[in-house]
Ligand binder design. Structure first.
Ligand code: ADP
Ligand code: MG
Ligand code: MG
Length: 877
């Protein structure tokens, strides 16, 4: 037995107790303490929820007792009695986790009613209609959320009743109709559950609290938590609160309010309400709510009090508030307040306004905008009116944000062709590969059946800023028939679909898209973020186009330029293949000579786009099979080009087959086997830098990055090649030019021996994609399939490729930082894995002392903000 307190009256809590009381509970307590009219009640803590699970999904008897004791205090406070035959106390049971969380159990209102108390209520209020309206609501909610009897069943009965009566709205049903409905509801309940509806209020209460705890682990809640980084260990609290009634007649009502406009940020109260209504009626769209201004006409004194409370709450929390209120017989109550959700546009305007109004410092304002939200500012979105009409046909992973609409296309070539003819297309593939790149560029959006958040499609789409939904396993694609099937319907290449890369939704039809608008508030706000942060932000870019885009978004350099991405272009792939299948150094050099001028041009373009900013260029890295010809016709063409027979070349291609290419002949291993590849790349890097320096005057210090190093000697071997060629060119050209040679830390052995490696490496860049892959021992392309079982079983709570695993992989990073610095105190440190664009991972990078993060161009603003937030939370320097 512990002496822990598991239940707190609202008057015992305060705002700092969010972890224990949940967001709703802490704020109800806080509102109580500053004198806002809040119906009183108590909160069962998140610790009680955790204990419920530890105890094998049972509420311990001492907690049940504590709940009943608090119930008795609530009876004293309210002057009413739970289950009383003269003056019954009714309550609501409301879930409330630390962070507001859709997907949890719905609220139960009017708990405490039964066949007897309903009559008492009818007599006391002299309003039987009200009493039976409350009762039928209670039965429906309890049955739905506690006993899992479908809500729809009850709504059908209600609709039948309305039809029989020839009325449109529920408010038009009278007391007798509702009484009859209650009978029907109870009969339905009995039929579904095989037992009577529980009439004992205490049973109703404990069952409901148990249901809230249970709902913490329902599948919707688990999915929501994973997408929003909420650990399951937080648990949820439960609030039990005295009912106030907005459904008592025409002097009662209920509504929701925002202290500023949540879609534009305008400084003006935005609120709606419904007379004679309860709970969620306003949001449920049963009747059309009225704008709050109407309240000023009907009940001016209530309106005035309302405005005053809204302002008090906004000043108190120093942020835009989202509130619920109820008017019972001309008396106003507030039932909830929280920092309101808002669009990205509104978030920026509100943050800037609050600083200008003197309510917040810049540092505080920086924390008010969610970094991930900036995404929506940079990509097209769906037209809201159009979207309301659309039906979701499937759901995949939100792999790259934005909205896209187009006709279905099943191959990359087709996407390219149809795009050139002026058609808008969405590319639908089982999965994408590097060969699909041109089709991916041409498509409005990309939809894949397989693959996770870091699959090829996802990574490339994010880089390009194209919308992508990945891993949409519900689609049955028939590539041969050029159709796909989902939820019983077949779509062909003439059908429109629309996809939302921010939610993962797939819609079966055309939805209009609108281009984003970037306001002046964005510039002001991001300016503050830049002033505050100490972490620099670079970008991963392989082309001058991406580089220029990233600079517009505020990139301060390139942290990763992948040279192989340039090799897939049509006019190059032949030369690349020639290089790979070459049998002799001479053949290989011949192929490399063809590639040199192209590669040099690439780097010139990139340096020019980046001007004076630093550029890290990674040498050839990928498994070579990615480039090998697979089609017979390609092999034949290449054989002709190289003066070989088809059979000879085919045999060579087959001999290059590897069982596990990701761990095969790739990265610096290529340069160890064939140093001439590193020679060519060094030449291209240095000659391009000299050219741009001469023509444009930019003082470029190329940073040459050797990938996949695990042993200092292999780095030294490749570095010696680089240095020899670079120094030779610099001497020949008679220029004064510096360059750096560093490595990626992406093999665990490199992290473990980072002190050794730092003797040769002038910089480390953490390649956390490979480092994650090799530390966990599973490939990011295959993990999607089994990770879902791990999420279900709560072995992992999030995708380690999306969010850096700080306890495992992060420790390798930390260790390498320490060891690297011990050898070379001024070593440059950065990260270039996908994690560089994930806010919690950026915070980690700040904490372990990296100098920069690097991410895809469209994530640069997000990373700038995340870096500033990290600095505010944990100042460095
Ligand atoms: P959610 O978290 O889904 O908003 P809430 O617990 O806030 O759920 O409640 C749902 C609705 O019921 C809200 O409109 C709220 O104002 C209303 N409500 C909750 N408790 C009470 C109560 N004690 N009296 C009157 N209305 C209530
Ligand atoms: Mg609410
Ligand atoms: Mg790598």
């Amino acid at each position: 037995m512990d002496n822990k307190k598991y239940v707190y009256l609202f008057s015992e809590g305060n705002a700092s107790m969010k972890n224990l009381l949940g967001g709703k509970g802490a704020n109800l307590a806080d509102m109580t303490s500053i004198g806002i009219p809040v119906p009183q009640g108590f909160t069962v803590t998140t610790e009680a929820c955790n204990k419920y699970y530890v105890d094998g999904q049972k509420i311990a008897s001492e907690i049940v007792e504590e709940i009943l004791t608090k119930m008795a205090e609530l009876e004293r406070i309210s002057g009413k009695e739970f289950g009383s035959k003269t003056n019954p106390l009714l309550v609501s049971v409301r879930s409330g986790a630390r962070a507001s969380m859709p997907g949890m159990m719905d609220t139960i209102l009017n708990l405490g009613l039964n066949d007897e108390t309903v009559e008492v209520m009818a007599n006391l209020t002299n309003n039987p209609r009200f009493a039976y309206d409350s009762y039928r609501r209670f039965i429906q909610m309890f049955a739905d959320v506690v006993m899992e009897v479908e809500k729809r069943n009850f709504e059908n009965l209600m609709d039948e009743m309305k039809e029989a009566k020839g009325v449109k709205y529920d408010t038009e049903l009278d007391a007798n109709d509702l009484k009859e409905l209650v009978k029907q509801f109870k009969a339905l309940y009995k039929k579904e559950k095989g037992e009577e509806f529980p009439s004992d209020p205490k049973t109703q209460l404990i069952e409901s609290i148990t249901a809230v705890f249970r709902s913490w682990e329902n599948p919707r809640a688990i999915v929501y938590r994973r997408l929003n980084d909420i650990p399951s260990s937080w648990g949820t609290a439960v609030n039990v609160q005295e009912m106030v009634f907005g459904n008592k007649g025409e002097t009662s009502g209920t509504g929701v309010a925002f202290s500023r406009n949540p879609s534009t940020g305008e400084k003006k109260i935005f609120a709606e309400y419904l007379m004679n209504a309860q709970g969620e009626d306003v949001v449920a769209g049963i009747r059309t709510p009225q704008p709050i201004e109407k309240l000023n006409d009907d009940m001016p004194e209530i309106y005035e009090q309302f405005v005053q409370i809204v302002n008090t709450l906004e000043n108190h929390y120093r942020d835009m508030q989202d509130m619920e209120f109820t008017i019972e017989d001309r008396k106003l109550y507030f039932l909830q307040t929280r920092n309101g959700k808002r669009t990205a546009q509104a978030a920026l305007k509100i943050a800037v306004d609050l600083v200008e109004e003197g309510m917040l410092t810049k540092e505080e304002a920086i924390l008010k905008v969610e970094a991930k939200q900036l995404d929506t500012l940079l990509h097209p979105n769906f037209d809201t009116a159009d979207l309301k009409q659309a039906a979701v046909i499937a759901k995949g992973l939100p792999a790259s944000p934005g909205a896209a609409c187009g006709k279905v296309c099943f191959t990359a070539e087709e996407a390219k062709e149809r795009h050139e003819k002026g058609e808008k297309v969405v590319l639908v593939r089982l999965e994408t590969s590097p060969e699909d790149i041109e089709g991916m560029i041409a498509a409005e959006g990309i939809l894949t059946v397989r693959g996770g958040m870091t699959s090829h499609a996802a990574v490339v789409a994010r880089g390009m800023g194209t919308c992508c939904v990945a891993g949409c396993g519900e689609l049955k694609v028939n590539e041969a028939a050029r159709t796909f099937e989902v939820s019983g319907k077949t779509y062909n290449d003439n059908d429109y679909i629309s996809i939302d890369g921010s939610t993962g939704n797939v819609y079966g039809g055309a939805i209009k898209t609108v281009e984003p608008e970037i306001s002046g508030y964005f510039g002001i706000f991001m300016g503050w973020a830049d002033e505050i942060r100490s972490l620099k932000v670079r970008t991963n870019a392989d082309t001058p186009r991406d580089a220029a885009q990233a600079v517009k978004f505020g990139a301060e350099g390139i942290g990763l330029c992948r040279t192989e991405h340039m090799f897939f272009a049509e006019e190059r792939i032949a030369a690349v293949r020639e290089m790979i299948v070459a049998k002799t150094e001479e053949q290989r050099r011949k192929a490399l000579d063809k590639l040199l001028p192209m590669q040099r041009e690439d780097f010139i373009g990139i340096y020019e786009a980046m001007e004076y900013r630093p550029v890290t260029i990674r040498f050839l890295d990928p498994p070579l099979h990615e480039f090998l010809p697979t089609e017979e016709s390609d092999i034949a063409d290449l054989a002709k080009e190289m003066g070989l027979t088809f059979e000879e070349l085919k045999a060579t291609v087959e001999s290059l087959h590897e069982f596990n290419p990701m761990m095969g002949h790739r990265g610096c291993r290529l340069a160890v086997s064939y140093p001439e590849i590193a020679e060519m790349q060094t030449r291209a890097v240095i000659e391009a830098a000299i050219d741009v320096k001469r023509r444009k005057g930019f003082d470029i210090v190329p940073e040459i990055m050797i990938p996949l190093v695990g042993e200092v000697k292999e780095l030294k071997y490749v570095k010696d090649v680089v240095v020899r060629i670079a120094n030779q060119i610099i001497a020949e050209e008679g220029v004064d030019m510096k360059y750096m040679v560093g490595t990626m830390i992406e093999i665990p052995r490199a992290a473990l021996t980072a002190d050794e490696i730092a003797k040769e490496a002038e910089f480390f860049s953490f390649g956390t994609n490979d480092l994650t892959q090799m530390t966990f021992g599973f490939s990011r392309d295959d993990a999607g399939n089994f990770l879902k079982h791990y999420y279900d079983k709560k072995i992992y709570e999030s995708d380690p490729f999306g969010k850096l695993d700080q306890t495992g992989v992060g420790q390798l990073v930390k260790m390498a930082v320490e060891k690297g610095k011990a050898t070379r105190p001024n070593i440059k440190l950065g990260i270039c894995g996908e994690h560089g664009g994930d806010p919690s991972s950026v915070e980690f990078c700040h904490e372990v002392g990296l100098q920069y993060v690097s991410c895809s161009p469209f994530r640069v603003p997000l990373a700038r903000l995340a870096a500033a937030q990290a600095q505010v939370k944990n100042p460095r320097k």
